[in-house]
Structure formats: C-alpha cells, structure tokens
Design a protein around this ligand. Structure first.
Ligand code: SF4
Ligand code: SF4
Length: 210
C-alpha cells in the first residue's frame, strides 16, 4: 500500500492536510465501511460465479472455517480487489476513490493486518449502487465459463485484467502506454457484452447529470 498514512494526530504540522479535516475511526468501522461499499456495488453475484469456478480468493486460507466463512476479517482482505472487482470499479470511475480510501489505512498485510484499533483518516468512502453492472458482468462471466472448455478460463482472464489495470495505474503519466494498455483491456473485456451495454447506459446517465 502506497500513499500518505494519516494515522497519527501529531501530524498536525502536515502541509497537505489540515487537522480539522482528520476524522478518528476504528479499525472495525473501516472494515464495515469497506464491506458495505462492496455490497453496494454488488460484488456478491460476481463472487458467486468466481467461487463456483474454483476461484475463491479465500482458498486455503487458515482463517476460513468450513461452512462458516472467514474468522479473521481484516483491513487487508477488505481493501484488496481481484481483477473482476478492480475492473468493475475502474470502468465506472470509482477505483481511485476506493484506492484513496484504503491508502489511508495503515498496517495492511497478507490475509491479516496490523492496523491500530483507532487511527485518523481524511477521506470517506461512498460508492453508488451499480448492482445492474455487477449483475451484467456476473452473467457474462457465467456464460464465458460455460462456453469455454478450458478449465479456469475466467480465472486466467481475471488475472490478466488485474495485471492490465495495475499497469494502467503504474503508467498513469505515460500516454503511449496508456493507449496500448487500454486497447488490451478492451480486448480482454470484449466478451462482456451485457456489461458493456449497462456501462454505456451508466456513463450516459452520468453525462446527463452534469
Ligand atoms: S477473487 Fe474476486 S470475485 Fe473471486 S471470490 Fe474473491 S473477491 Fe470474489
Ligand atoms: S482472512 Fe482473508 S483470505 Fe482468509 S478467509 Fe478471511 S477474507 Fe478470506
């Protein structure tokens, strides 16, 4: 995790953030906010298809209890996005808000966290209900999984999309790279017909409200 960690009120001398803008939050509250935001954007139908195809990101985790689920929900796993969810937020223009929010949360690790019980943040996280888009993406993924004989086809796709979006962020200031990476993402997401249709309508609605 990169970015400025707003975890110490003694940073009141910081030139970038006025102390009055800092909000005290608990570790548990940011986990709850993250889970609610994922629910709001509609991650569950996508996860359902992914898990049914053997792609659960909780696979072989020691904190996963059979039939019960995660026993150790933490800030790291809540902040982490797989390729599918990253794609959903990227295309809807929400990925930056998500990343900016979690960049403020200290102590993220792998399947565990060292996040203090209480710390300070500046930004909040409010994602809109885009369930129609996530449901469309889930339906596209379901169809791809059904029509492709190759085992794990959608999971390979997930990893490629993930890498592509990471590179888009990394080469943010390189216009040439942006063009080729966007082209490649367009190709990877070409078979998401239902999603593209919903996305087109979503973007048009956004335009009309400006
Ligand atoms: S990898 Fe992504 S889609 Fe699959 S279960 Fe995890 S969060 Fe859900
Ligand atoms: S700790 Fe993370 S990877 Fe492990 S079960 Fe919980 S959410 Fe899944």
């Amino acid at each position: 995790m990169s970015g400025f960690m707003v975890n110490d009120p003694s940073q009141q001398d910081s030139p970038s953030i006025h102390p009055s803008l800092l909000k005290k939050v608990s570790r548990q509250s940011v986990i709850t906010i993250g889970i609610q935001a994922l629910h709001e954007v509609g991650s569950d139908p996508i996860c359902k298809v992914c898990i049914a195809n053997g792609g659960s990101c909780c696979n072989s985790c020691r904190h996963l209890a059979d039939g019960i689920g995660c026993q150790q929900r933490n800030t790291s796993c809540t902040a982490w996005l797989c390729g599918f969810l990253k794609f959903l937020l990227y295309e809807t223009g929400l990925l930056r808000e998500w990343n900016d929010y979690w960049d403020q949360v200290p102590g993220q690790g792998f399947r565990e966290d060292f996040t203090p019980e209480v710390f300070f943040v500046e930004k909040s996280l409010h994602l809109p209900d885009i369930r129609n888009l996530s449901e469309a993406l889930a339906a596209d993924l379901q169809e791809l999984a059904r029509t492709h004989i190759a085992i794990g086809f959608i999971l390979t796709l997930r990893e490629k999309i993930d890498k592509n979006i990471d590179q888009l962020e990394y080469f943010e200031h390189d216009p040439k790279k942006q063009i080729s990476l966007k082209r490649s993402l367009k190709m990877l997401s070409g078979p998401f017909y239902r999603f593209q249709k919903e996305l087109h309508e979503y973007r048009q609605k956004l335009q009309n409200t400006k």
